[in-house]
Write a protein of this length. Structure first.
Length: 382
């Protein structure tokens, strides 16, 4: 959320799911998509005054891309970057749009020198991040002179503060406006070493309605697919009502032992959700015991989405779980994963923020990209 304020990528994914330039002005590729050529913007400087060049950009890009493409090579010359591999890189633009593929430099004095609208003034890991406006930003100086980010703070008296989903509700200052993003996080159950029929019975037992109304205070959405409707366009096809009698019928034909539902420690929302799932499972005849940790037969998974690219998001999710699908369509990949019970979606959660009355321009700024805090486009009253 904060990285694009400091560092920028060659491209980004727009609201239509299409790549568009940021630090690159154009690109071409060969027929096999093994060799890509990018031309960089002129008159762009890093925060320390160093001009953006292919030579300066190449090290960070190479390190990031090697995590995805083992044999990738990045060649620099003037304002031109050539990225090539022995294997096709059909999803290279999506990979380059991720914040982890941002362009930055390191020096002995600073480990993060970017080209973004703000430069790092001070960094206390895990506690506080201070940013200052970059006067020479290529896309126009930000309205704000500085931004101070307090990490891990529970105070609700800042100009902008996040409102996490938890059992403890913050007391909001008077006239605070609440803003919710589109669905940006998937909450699901991941099963390991369980009979697919038992996973199916568990899925049939779950009633997502109370989870949405009570646990998310109506800010979340029931999830039946892996990708939310706004991203995939077909999530509604997976919607189904709970069917406890059918779940009990399936369970009656299985030899059962007690199962453990693990959830992230120190996550009160996850604990409450695990307790609700356990109650639903009991109604279906399944003994599912919640416990903090990561070693349960069933694990509560929190998966944050990163972009508007549906194919990249689904591939990233399945790959992280050691699942690989080679279907003809995204829909087929989701359906195959859901039908064998490896993942049982529960909820989609938005990002929720409290915004003070003196903040202006927030809605217009966030229309650009729901995955980034566009603080460079807002302003505040004195």
């Amino acid at each position: 959320m904060l990285a694009p304020l400091i560092v920028e990528t060659l491209v980004r994914i727009n609201e239509r799911g299409e790549p568009e330039p940021v630090l690159a002005v154009n690109w071409q590729h060969d027929a096999d998509r093994k060799r890509w050529r990018f031309s960089l913007k002129a008159k762009v400087t890093f925060h320390d005054g160093e001009p953006l060049s292919a030579t300066a950009a190449a090290p960070a890009l190479l390190a990031a891309l090697k995590k995805r493409y083992a044999d990738v090579k990045v060649t620099a010359g003037g304002q031109t970057l050539v990225i090539q591999s022995e294997a096709p890189m059909s999803d290279l633009l999506s990979e380059l749009a991720r914040s982890s593929s941002a362009v930055f430099r390191k020096t002995e004095k600073s480990a993060l020198i970017g080209t973004g609208p703000f430069r790092v003034a001070n960094w206390e890991p895990g506690r506080r991040l201070s940013l200052m406006a970059f006067d020479d930003y290529w896309n126009g100086r930000p309205y704000l002179d500085s931004v101070i980010v307090n990490l891990g703070s529970t105070r609700a008296n800042a100009d902008l503060f996040d409102i996490p989903f938890s059992t403890a509700r913050r007391i909001l200052p008077e006239r605070t406006r609440i803003w919710c993003s589109t669905a940006r996080e998937l909450i699901a159950l991941q099963t390991t070493g369980i009979d697919p029929q038992l996973s199916r019975a568990l899925a049939l037992s779950i009633d997502r309605g109370p989870m949405v109304v009570v646990l998310t205070q109506r800010k979340g959405e029931a999830a039946f697919g892996l990708l939310p409707q706004w991203l995939s366009g077909y999530a509604f096809l997976f919607a189904a009502a709970p069917d406890v009698p059918r779940a009990r019928q399936i369970v009656s034909q299985l030899r059962l032992s007690a199962l453990t539902l693990s959830y992230p420690p120190n996550d009160s929302f996850a604990r409450s959700l695990a307790d609700r799932v356990s109650l639903n499972a009991r109604d279906g005849g399944i003994n599912l015991q919640p416990a903090p940790g990561q070693n349960g037969n069933v694990r509560l998974l929190r998966w944050p989405l990163e972009s508007r690219d549906a194919a990249n998001e689904l591939t990233r999710l399945l790959a992280s779980l050691g699942l690989s699908e080679s279907p003809d369509s995204l829909y087929d990949a989701e359906r195959a994963t859901l039908e064998d019970g490896r993942l049982i979606p529960l909820l989609y959660l938005p990002a929720v923020y409290g915004i003070s009355p003196r903040v202006h321009g927030w809605d217009a700024a966030q229309k650009q990209d729901p995955f980034v805090l566009h603080l460079e486009h807002i302003w505040v009253d004195p």
